[in-house]
Design a binder for this molecule. Structure first.
Ligand code: HEC
Length: 150
């Protein structure tokens, strides 16, 4: 047993390695994402979509969930699958907790690894289609979209 104490904790405690580190997630967001998305995730109207109080809506459909990792800014990021997973879960729960479905399950590393390989080629068009579908079931999103069309 003597050698056991030199094993990393991640190997000893199941799930420990997957535990999110909020500080690391925030720093990775600052380095890799906020240049386009801004520190408060408000984006640039017409160019970079607002994520604060919004991005959680995508989790109301499987396609929406998958879209979030397929967009070029995420799928082509230089970050590892582990770091991307952590940033995605952090940003959803930090910037848009109120829009997440009650059934929300955090992204897993293996899920992210697969989705990254399926890069979205036409994000603008796909985004609109997915949001319309979700809005049919989620009235709050429907009224958001109606306001945005004004
Ligand atoms: C070069 C600018 C840029 C960078 C860097 C960037 N993004 Fe994006 N992001 C965009 C744009 C533009 C979109 C809208 C979809 C598209 O056109 O790709 C987007 C869409 C998204 C979406 C889907 C949300 C929606 O409403 O469409 C998520 C989630 C996202 N980005 C997260 C990230 C994360 C996490 C990072 C850092 C790893 C990141 N982005 C880096 C520009 C960027």
């Amino acid at each position: 047993m003597a050698t056991l104490k030199y094993l990393p904790l991640a190997l000893l405690v199941p799930g420990f390695g997957a535990m999110a580190d909020e500080h690391r997630a925030r720093v990775n967001y600052q380095i890799h994402c906020q240049g386009c998305h801004l520190p408060d995730a408000s984006g640039f109207p017409g160019k970079v979509p607002r994520m604060n109080d919004f991005v959680g809506y995508f989790l109301h459909s499987r396609e929406g969930r998958e879209f979030l990792v397929r967009v070029p800014g995420v799928s082509a990021s230089r970050m590892s699958d582990e770091d991307i997973t952590e940033v995605m879960n952090w940003l959803l729960t930090t910037f848009s907790p109120g829009q997440l479905p009650e059934s929300f399950e955090p992204f897993t590393v293996s899920e992210v690894a697969v989705l990254r390989e399926q890069r979205e080629d036409d994000p603008e068009r796909t985004r609109v289609r997915i949001l319309r579908q979700i809005a049919a079931d989620v009235p709050e999103l429907a009224s958001e979209l109606a306001r945005a069309d004004d």
